[in-house]
Design a protein around this ligand. Structure first.
Ligand code: NCD
Length: 306
């Protein structure tokens, strides 16, 4: 049985097949509308989410399957003190596959250990968010036609942003990638990730001002400051508007650069940028559904004959 806990759970070749399948789904959605008939997806969300949970649910419904679950820890037995290990053993009796989001790092890995159904990590604290990364890679591959030979800038909260951590891990397996990390000094990429990049000999640069590097990237990945992971509100207030991407700054960006954002956006991208053809963050949401459809099919063993 397979799970998706970190992007490393799939090899680069397996990811390629997944994106090919997602591309086929995009081209002809109706051909896949019955493939999960009779199958159930449980969404166990211990932390607020709209797009990730709904994206999983839409994906399963598009495949003809059904969904059950909870959207808030207070409405689950976690409020009574049940462990994730016990919850997943119970959920395994109700559903064929489970997507879990939890505020604690490592929760999805624990769930996978005790589960008898495939587990998908829908975000574990500030750690990883692999299906957002599949979405990001699928978007980049569709817009650019490749996943190598890039300068990619990640801007904002690189310390707590789990989508950032998963994306760096995933991109570091492709050829000729250079990272630009743009963050305030308090929100830099965690040391363990910098170390991994150094070990692999992957070039990266850390800068504070977006203006200083905006002319360089092929992909600009903007993120919000992760308020819920701060220890005090003052620090959040001081840092929350550190970056605001606007039309003026976009003038100096490459013509063929694309802006991605995992959403939700707060203030970091001014709404005037939405009409720029390089703004790809809403298209990205659509790719997220196709890629989750492909992932559900793959983990349920339904991809090979499709
Ligand atoms: C991200 C998350 O939950 O980590 N959102 C998402 O899943 N699309 C990013 C964020 O909350 O900033």
């Amino acid at each position: 049985m397979r799970h998706m806990i970190t992007p490393f759970d799939f090899s680069v070749q397996e990811l390629d097949s997944l994106f090919d399948l997602a591309g086929r789904i995009e081209a002809d959605r109706s051909a896949f509308s019955e493939i999960c008939r009779g199958k159930k997806l449980a969404t166990c969300f211990y932390e607020p989410s709209t797009r990730t949970r709904l994206s999983f649910e839409a994906a399963m419904l598009n495949l003809g399957g059904s969904v059950l679950g909870f959207a808030d820890a207070n409405s689950s037995s976690a409020a009574k003190g049940e462990t994730v290990a016990d919850t997943i053993r119970v959920i395994s009796c109700f559903a064929d596959i489970c997507a879990i989001r939890h505020p604690k790092e490592g929760a999805a890995a624990v769930a996978a250990q005790f589960s008898s159904i495939p587990v998908i990590n829908g975000g574990d604290g500030g750690h990883e968010h692999p299906t957002q990364t599949l979405t990001d890679l699928m978007t980049i591959r569709s817009l650019k036609g490749r996943l190598n030979d890039f300068t990619i800038a990640l801007c904002g909260d690189l310390k707590f942003g789990r989508t950032v951590h998963s994306l760096i891990h995933a991109m570091s397996r492709y050829q000729n990638i250079r990272f630009l990390f743009v963050s305030p000094p308090e929100l830099t990429v965690p040391g363990y990730i910098r170390e991994e990049l150094r070990e692999k000999g992957i070039p990266y640069e850390e800068v504070i001002r977006l203006e200083d590097v905006i002319d360089q990237p092929d992909i600009l990945y903007m993120t919000r400051v992760q308020r819920e992971r701060f220890f005090n509100e003052e620090d959040y207030v001081r840092l929350k508007d550190f970056y605001i991407l606007n039309a003026e700054k976009m003038k100096r960006a490459k013509e063929d650069m694309f802006i991605l954002h995992p959403l939700p956006r707060v203030n970091e991208i001014s709404v005037e940028v939405d009409s720029d053809p390089r703004a790809a963050y809403f298209r990205q949401v659509q790719y997220g559904v196709y890629v989750r459809m492909a992932l559900i099919m793959t983990l349920l063993g339904l991809a090979d004959n499709a």
